[in-house]
Design a protein around this ligand. Structure first.
Ligand SMILES: Cc1cc2nc3c(=O)[nH]c(=O)nc-3n(C[C@H](O)[C@H](O)[C@H](O)COP(=O)(O)O)c2cc1C
Length: 176
């Protein structure tokens, strides 16, 4: 099956998620094309893809701007295909945050008009060495405000790779 992956990442975790999904699908014999939404030198052509995987991280409740702009611009083409949205956030890392993580997806759909066939809320990572002062303050006092169980320092990856693999298999397998 031909699968296109379009991703938007700020600190790299969603890029890692996209590469993991691509490698997994290729190992299963699928033909995969992967596009970084912020690479404006490339024409993101999904016309021959049978399925599309959209992966974007959440910062201050929103997915990356280039990613959202791409969704808005290609709304009709995307809604005409089967798609899986991987929304990568820290809220998705724990039970009490799942509702908020789902809200980010609802807000993304409202802004862009894109209505993915399936959605997976994917737990992201903390990479404090990459943050500037503003980002580290937002992370500590806004995102992790009432979640002391998640450390705001160092690097901590919360992504559940087995769960991600299952979500992708369910999506790709559904059409087989
Ligand atoms: C400045 C900043 C703001 C963030 N805002 C949110 C947020 O509003 N909600 C959330 O659940 N996670 C938030 N996160 C956590 C990111 O979604 C998480 O670190 C994710 O792994 C980033 O993915 P990326 O490396 O692909 O950009 C934020 C992280 C940073 C650094």
């Amino acid at each position: 099956m031909k699968v296109a992956i379009v991703y938007g990442t700020i600190e790299g975790q969603t890029g890692k998620v996209a590469r993991f999904v691509s490698q997994h699908l290729k190992a299963k014999g699928h033909e995969v094309r992967m596009f970084d939404a912020k690479d404006h030198s490339v024409d993101i052509d999904i016309s021959d893809a049978e399925k599309v995987i959209l992966a974007g991280s959440v910062h201050e409740r929103r997915h990356p701007e280039d990613f959202e702009v791409y969704l808005m611009a290609q709304r009709d083409a995307l809604n005409a295909k089967e798609s899986l949205l991987l929304s990568v956030s820290l809220s998705a890392a724990f039970k009490a945050g799942r509702e908020e993580a789902q809200d980010y997806v609802t807000e993304l759909s409202m802004r862009t008009g894109v209505d993915p066939t399936q959605v997976a809320l994917v737990a992201g990572a903390v990479r404090s060495r990459k943050y500037d002062y503003f980002s580290s303050m937002v992370l500590r006092h806004v995102v992790l405000r009432d979640r002391p169980s998640i450390p705001a320092d160092g690097t901590h990856e919360f992504t559940d790779w087995d769960q991600l693999r299952d979500a992708v298999d369910t999506f790709v397998g559904a059409a087989a």
